[in-house]
Design a protein around this ligand. Sequence first.
Ligand code: PLP
Length: 418
Amino acid sequence: MKSNQSVGITGIDAEGIAHEPPLPKQYGTELLVLKEGKGVYLWDVQGNKYLDFGSGIAVNAMGYGVEEIARIAAEQIRKIVHTSNLYTTEPTLSLAAKLVASGPFQAVHFGNSGTEANETALKYARLYAKRKRGKGHHTFLTFTHAFHGRTMGALSVTPTEAYREPFEPLVPGVEVCPYNDVEALKRIVDDRFAGIIVEVVQGEGGLEVMRPEFAKALNEIRDTYDLILIADEVQTGLGRTGYLYASEAVGLKPDIITLAKPLAGGLPLSATLIPEKINALLRVGDHGSTFGGGPVTTAVASYLWDTVSNPSFLKEVQEKGKFLGELLEALREEYSSGAVRLTRVRGMGLLRGLEVEVEEGDLGDWMKQILQVARKEGILVLRSGKNVIRIAPPLVISRKEIEEGIETLRRALKSLAS
Ligand code: PLP
């Protein structure tokens, strides 16, 4: 890798940090300026190297600098970039056929982001309730610590106050149930409900995993009220947990699955997979998207799909996930007492979390610092919820690279704890 040529770019310091960039303050006022990547490593504009334990928030499943992705995208761009949904293309049809064959689905609506995939799912659930069951069944159920996106509909089913408060009032008709609480679920849901939206691992909300008995209760309550069960697999889908869909791991049988993040190898594409019973009720013009499912993103997504849906690839992710879990358990043991404690390993497969408790001082500050110190040590990690360090490396990571990452994280913890 060539050393960086960009020293001296205005406003970027020696650590590769841009200060006060002309981007909205919601992203913070100090941002690391990345330049290129290869495999599971990234380099910033100052030539500093990082092991990527975040994958651009669980997106870059194949890592960086994948020649095949570049070739497929470039070839398709030369042929045709965009058609709109008034027409379709072979890459779009080919990917749709693969997705639909992955479960009890008849059609797939393509969009551009996770929030859009969930908006679509919520709209279809209400449409189904109204056209099949009539008026008065429009309520949605969501769960504590859920995260489904930032647009108004998806935000309405995202109960965390900090995300919602500045934008209220949101879409009415949403109720919140404690996650994994079967009794509460049975108490709350009745004939008023159009749908339930749920994550199998709560990606942004602390990496809590769905219990199989909760999945069973969700399946049963869907059957009782003919409501639409939506699995938001935007973060968990496509191999991240060692399963093609995390729903399989816990026995959840959703009517709709939403996908996004890794779907097109880092390009923006989302999918809302729907069953025949919903597709049968849709009429021309009910929903749409200008860019969704264009030929470039879907051509790349077919490559991604062929790779991650291969059973031997998924088995490897399961094994690497188990290995990562064991190393994290060892780290947790080392920090099981003291001023900073690692209290639990959370998550599944290559979507993992370390729950943190601090004896003194502000937990929020400590979480910010550990991300920063880890970066300085040469590893990029994420946060989930208030007190969980999230780890979501590219799925192609090797065991050796996992070991290297844990060692680097260990150094970061040591330097912050001492
Ligand atoms: N759903 C889940 C489970 C997510 O983790 C996210 C993003 O983190 C979203 C939805 C929203 O996706 P996007 O940011 O692509 O709109």
